[in-house]
Design a protein around this ligand. Structure first.
Ligand code: G3H
Ligand code: ZN
Length: 288
């Protein structure tokens, strides 16, 4: 299946009232696990690469090209998305590499500066056919500097979308980035109010801290794109740790990364079934 745009995946899900799983890629094995999980569930998926992940690799292109190549050989719809970009240069590079979507994150700026910077990026990206997600109301916990109590105001969100022309909006509704426990307390009334006020799909960041039943409820109240990173790293790293602990003589990296990739794929499939309201024997309606 050819590489798909995040915009098309998200629009289809929003119409159907489903969620879209957007999972972060750091190593090649993440991309492979996320796609394998999507194929197990028969659901579309978003591979996202953050500015921090690009910085870790020293450049965006190597991990991006590997992810794009994996997406192109998938049997389900897969998009490749730039996550939490604060650099307009990185946004431009992603567009040039063939990303169909980016998240431009100017949420650390005050409202007027966020609006102006985002509107500029949207104009440039739209001219290149690229879909843009932005953020309003800091999603708590990122880099330890955002308050977990941050909330997005629905009227301000509607005005922000109208003024910038963004295609999707990340909102603060009670999640916090990088949680290791799944006990975040979501404000479902606020999600519903944002859904009613904002004409574009809503994005839930920091979803690692959200319990299974609250992921379902978040989608039912109006969330569409659901970003999960830390939870998958937890699954991945636990499998690596188990494999290394079980055999102190193990040195072949494939012997511990392989089980970690398989465990992560299982968890991606499980999460995608929750987000797409599928039971274990069903596949996604788009595949019938
Ligand atoms: O943009 C990515 C996410 O918001 C992931 O957050 O690591 O808390 O799941 P998380
Ligand atoms: Zn995020």
């Amino acid at each position: 299946m050819p590489l798909t745009g995040t915009g098309a995946i998200v629009a289809t899900a929003a119409r159907a009232g489903h969620g879209v799983g957007a999972f972060n890629v750091i190593q090649l094995e993440h991309a492979q696990a996320i796609i394998a999980g999507a194929e197990q569930a028969g659901a579309p998926v978003v591979l996202q690469i953050s500015e921090n992940a690009a910085r870790y690799h020293g450049a965006l292109a190597p991990i991006a090209k590997a992810s794009l190549a994996e997406a192109e050989r998938a049997t389900v719809a897969v998009s490749v998305h730039l996550d939490h970009a604060t650099s307009t240069e990185l946004v431009r590079e992603a567009v040039d590499l063939g990303f169909g979507s980016v998240m431009f994150d100017a949420s650390a700026k005050d409202y007027e500066d966020n609006l102006a910077a985002t509107a500029d990026v949207v104009a440039r990206c739209h001219a290149a056919g690229c879909w843009v997600e932005a953020e309003l109301g800091e999603v708590g916990g990122k880099d330890g500097v955002h308050a977990p109590g941050a909330r997005t105001d629905p009227a301000e969100a509607a005005a922000f979308v109208a003024a910038t022309g963004v295609d999707a909006l990340a909102v603060a509704v009670g999640t916090s980035h990088a949680m290791l426990t799944r006990d975040a307390s979501l404000d479902f009334d606020l999600i519903a109010a944002l859904r009613a006020a904002v004409p574009v799909p809503l994005v839930l960041h920091g979803s690692s801290g959200v319990a299974d039943e609250d992921l379902t409820a978040a989608v039912q109240h109006g969330m569409t794109k659901v970003n999960i990173a830390t939870h998958l790293n937890h699954v991945f790293t636990t499998a690596v740790r188990d494999a290394l602990t079980a055999d102190m003589r193990l040195v072949d990296t494939r012997r511990y990364l392989g089980p970690a990739r398989a465990a992560t794929a299982e968890e991606v499939a499980r999460l995608l079934r929750i987000l797409n309201a599928l039971n274990a024997s069903q596949s996604h309606p788009d595949r019938k």
